[in-house]
Design a protein around this ligand. Sequence first.
Ligand SMILES: Cc1cc2nc3c(=O)[nH]c(=O)nc-3n(C[C@H](O)[C@H](O)[C@H](O)COP(=O)(O)OP(=O)(O)OC[C@H]3O[C@@H](n4cnc5c(N)ncnc54)[C@H](O)[C@@H]3O)c2cc1C
Length: 475
Amino acid sequence: METVAPQTVKEDWLAQRAWCLSGNKILMTGSARPATSLARQIYLPESAEEIASLVKSLPATTPVACVCGGHESSNAALFASRDAVVFDLARLKAIDFHRDSEGLLVTVGAGVVFRELVEALRDQQGALPVGTGPGVGVVGYLLNGGLSGYFSRRLGLLGQRVVKLTLVTPAGDLRTITPGDELFDAMLGAGSALAIVVDATFRVESSRAIQGAEQRVIVFETRTQAVKYARGALRFMRDYAFANDAVSMELVVTGTKALVATVVFDDAFAGSTADFVKPLEDLAASLQLPVVMAAHWGSWYETAAALWPVIADQTGDPLATLQHCLGTKDIPEDQILDFICDTLVAEAPLDEAALSLVEIRTLGGAALSGRRLPTGNCHHTLFVDLITLYDAKPKTDAERQAIVDLTQHVLDKARQVNGLTVDFSGTHSQPDDVDYAVSASDMFGTQAMAETVKALKKKMDPNNRLRFHPFAKLL
Ligand SMILES: Cc1cc2nc3c(=O)[nH]c(=O)nc-3n(C[C@H](O)[C@H](O)[C@H](O)COP(=O)(O)OP(=O)(O)OC[C@H]3O[C@@H](n4cnc5c(N)ncnc54)[C@H](O)[C@@H]3O)c2cc1C
């Protein structure tokens, strides 16, 4: 098995594999590029058997980290620790379609990223609830309870569509598990703490499940304008999107001074999609804000791939990030929508960290009614993602610290709001935040689920070999 060992090679490896560096880690090192993996060895396995035999051959206490797409916001697995070994799973690239009596299935290797899966699904006229980032690892997203803002209301969470997993246990045993195995559901929200996944098999939906989407891009000059538009757009979301499972809606407020309203329509929607979003255009006109782009996407594939060029523009040297989520279990009260506008949109560090985004979206639907997985994501109807993102190179230490402080300030206020949950997602929380511990029952959805995950962790991984994941403060 090929390995990466000398220091300079590890630096290059980290630079190539990390999509971003944690805003907290950049701060702690006091330099814009803290830069290398601490791991003593990085392996590039090509098969399940290689992983199993290496895990078995190492002392039972050696920590093990796995890297799939390299997008996790705290870089826990990429940095690892001095006594750890890393498995970079990038060579496990197989995507195999097959059928059973109920329809199309796809088995995806642990090195596959979303662009590869989405393009393969397009060729099969299939659809899955994929994430937006083309380079996000399918398995890294799956194991931490990943959600799709565009598709989860119709297609559920990706974890709710899994029928089989191949994995290597922390003891080095190769296993295949299916629904009914005590480990199965736990893997689909807490899996990065429990085992090394080699591949996952999903039940694929027909691409006809999604009709397409409408997107309107509106530009603003002042934050007051953004807050006013958000207030009107979230009332529209409350009245027309939450009440209608056939549509999903997202409003994104960007540091580049755009308001991006997207509505995705599924196969149950009847009527004109352009007419449906007309009130969002009228709202912009009433505030004298120009609509600078109106896009119609006519298929699942076009919708799934629509943000890839935008994400390609998010670059930095390095790109620094802090990720946090907020949400409500029920349809949000007006007082919560007002908090999102008056505090989150108004005070998030969008000017200081110019690539930042506030993403406000409907969730619920099939994600809420589907199988209960250990993730807060399948319990929430409103999902807000505060992504603080900037190029760290031109920033001074004091500026980087100010960005962290501004982000924390907004989140501290959010934690005081009744009915609003903060940081309940393995994919959208910042596990290396200093002096702040997330709640296990929020993170895994319920107290009972948190207890189940903790018991399985003790049983599966008594030496805590798998410790480089978003739940490290909890397990
Ligand atoms: C641009 C961008 C877009 C995103 N879009 C979405 C989105 O639409 N929806 C959403 O829910 N999230 C989204 N995310 C968040 C993303 O899903 C999470 O950060 C996810 O954990 C990244 O997975 P990864 O494989 O890329 O990262 P990695 O850092 O490689 O892995 C993440 C975690 O999973 C563990 N892991 C990875 N592979 C395995 C394996 N085979 N076995 C055991 N453990 C493993 C790693 O050890 C690590 O702890 C996005 C992030 C970015 C940066």
